[in-house]
Ligand binder design. Sequence first.
Ligand SMILES: Nc1ncnc2c1ncn2[C@@H]1O[C@H](COP(=O)(O)OP(=O)(O)OP(=O)(O)O)[C@@H](O)[C@H]1O
Ligand SMILES: [Mg+2]
Length: 614
Amino acid sequence: MAAKSLQPQRVNLKESFASLKFVPRFFKEIKRVNPTLFFTNLICRLISALLPVTMLWIGKLIIDEIILQINIETQDLTSLWLYIGLEFALAIASDLLNRLTTLTDALLGDQYSIQSSVKIIKKTSELSLSQLEDSEFYDKLERARQQTTGRVGLMSNVLNQAQDLIIIASLITGVVVFEPWLIVLLVVSIIPTILNEIKFSGTSYSLARSWTQERRELDYLRYAGASDVTAKEVKLFGLAHYLADRFKVLSEKYYLASKKLSQQRALWGSFFNIIGTSAYYGAYVLIVVRTVSGVLTIGDLTFLSGSFNRLRAKLQGLFTRFTAITERALYLQDYFEFLDLDPRKQSGDKAPIENKNLPLPKAISQGFEFRNVGFKYPGSESWVLKGINFKLNVGEKLALVGENGAGKTTLIKLLLQFYLPNEGEILLDGTPIQDYDPAAYHDRFGVIFQDFVKFDLTLRENIAVGEIKELNNQTRIESAADKSLAQEVIRIMDKGYDQKLGRRFKHGKDLSGGQWQKIAMARAYMKDAEVLILDEPTSALDARAESETFKRFIALTKGKTAVIISHRFSTVRIADRIMVLKDGGVLEFGTHDELMKNKSLYSELFNLQAEGYQ
Ligand SMILES: Nc1ncnc2c1ncn2[C@@H]1O[C@H](COP(=O)(O)OP(=O)(O)OP(=O)(O)O)[C@@H](O)[C@H]1O
Ligand SMILES: [Mg+2]
């Protein structure tokens, strides 16, 4: 990792303001989540905002009335009781409004965070694999995902800010009427706060942001050092110390950077506060002097000192909150930028994919064709595939063989449009595949990846993911399990199809590698897909199960197009044609018998394995 300056880069004031440009869109989203709650919240806040000045004013009337009544002979307490009653009613109303505001804040926040998480999941699925593998995109996703609670906080912050602005305006009006000079002192008393905020605004965000990569590494180390998935190897290889040390070194660097920042903040904060407090006491002296000399009444004194104190607190709050808002709004920027990512954009400076969204042919008639296809992974200089030319005919079973790293899985990823070739093109029935509607295109495939996902869900769900809309179609699921030999796994589960798999949840059960593969194979049978792709789906099966699986597969998918990747030649020979990949190119291509006659790599490897089995 490159050495990193411990100093956070500053986000300057201009950037802080610029970050606010997403706030209106943010509120539009919140409003859409639940308009009733949203407007209830606004109304509560508006009424609440007018209460402080009203209550201070009534407080002043009460005190003046008390002093008046003390000094006259025939007392009449009607107005006094009225004021006190009013004050009491307002105090209760204020509390109720506050509670209602907090409640609606929380409800809105919860609903909003659910909705934004859903949006992030959906958006992630739209993005191309090359985007997700690009670390810059990934950082955006990470920041968008992490900040869900921050966004909820931002909502309350912005609304509180608006509410406080109304309170401040009303209090200032009251103060100006009595003692305009106080405003000057007020300004003096909050200047230090402003300076403080200007000095530090955005720094903690930028620290966190410029450390996104490192924090991701920290998360990873924490995971690698303490998780059930890695436990076996961490124990056996004695990796705990190594991982812990790496974690410590990296996190101490981060700690030092943020410690420095916190110390500076604390130091400057106390210095500025001294100035602010002095100004407040200056104002207090002014009010007291004016009251003693008879210009102001005692009621005025309580009103003014109360107003001044509140004003100062509110104004300070306004500025510190502004920093919090702009910091959080910067995360908002990450969130919306993530949602706005163009799924067609490719990494580097390649032109975005222009999608024509053509409908797919009802049934594939000619098949696929690779024309001079060449491909490098984004950010890599070496060709993984180069000059690939072949046709995959309808109904044909094609087997791909080749050494580890020969590019077999990559070829499948290209066929599935997870990546675009750097050279040449891939056609389906004569049309470049990227011109078709991507979702409709994917819908034609049933694919079992080499690194298929073992979902920590029930067995039923783990099969149904092949065609999730058939989750409740028990007949379909059972027949898929039957075809893939997964029935044997289900039979020995206490809870049958409802057995939870994986160890993440209580009562979850893990399966053996081969058992998992049988479940995964069932996914391919869930969908009545036209094209089936199996990337080493049987590598963990015992020899009997493997040969049976393939024989079944061939029989059950008669007439369907399929690509099968396997390292076992007994399996491979069943295919109609075999393609041998080597050094990124097609070395041999033909039927088993043709390739055997060639006496080249295929026949050599075939004989080698055949000997091994003798
Ligand atoms: N996401 C990726 N980013 C960069 N390089 C990759 C990526 N995936 C694979 N590669 C590289 O591409 C080459 C081909 O990999 P591929 O997975 O296609 O091989 P394979 O033929 O499927 O091998 P195996 O038999 O081991 O499954 C390898 O050299 C690998 O290092
Ligand atoms: Mg592979």
